[in-house]
Design a protein around this ligand. Sequence first.
Ligand SMILES: [Zn+2]
Length: 241
Amino acid sequence: MTKPDLSDNQTIPAFATKFPAPERKRLFISVKTGAKERLELVKWAAENKYDALVFSLGDKCFSAGGFGGGSEYAKLAKQHNFIIEAGGRDFSLLLPKRLFLFHRDLFRMEHGKRKSNHHFCPTNPETTSRIKKRARHLFSRVMAGVTVPRVFHLLPDEGHENTWCACPACRAFNYSEQNLITVNSAADALASIDPNARLSFFDYEMEPEAETGAEPEGRWFPPAGIEARENMFRLAVSSEQ
Ligand SMILES: [Zn+2]
């Protein structure tokens, strides 16, 4: 069988650095992928020896209080004993864009103006408090459908990994740190629901200079002054087109 179109889906290997990662070959399945295409992807993942299928925290496959709601692709995934994980490029679910109208300070600043697209202002305590609450709701919703021991992922918007807040308070933190502040808040929420669950965060140390296309010196990124929570692990992200 030929490889299905993966343009909306990503294959992401685990990569452990400081935090040991659950070693799994994962296929991230986009929320936009239809049921028929999902069935093809599950077949393809089985033939290519994938371990885990990852669905968005907002995916309908979790809405039945379990996984799949009796769909064909879910049945096939169960037959092949796929591990089900949740999350991915889900930052936009953490802070609803409708808040922008009355709560601009929660959002990202660029050239002195607040912007509702991509991420938010993570040093505003109101932002992290809302993210924590929202993450708790999102994790709880999918809990029953995720394979135990549970693994979740929260990765920045694709292609905008370096699009973060430039407000006076956030300027003290690089984008790796701003990302960590955000995921840490969600990790606190996760630990309060399931202390054994793990949450991945985007591995900025593996990211080449996407903006300029230039190879960074020694692929080194200044160490973040912010520490990741103990229930988190780094994930190297590679997009397969
Ligand atoms: Zn800010």
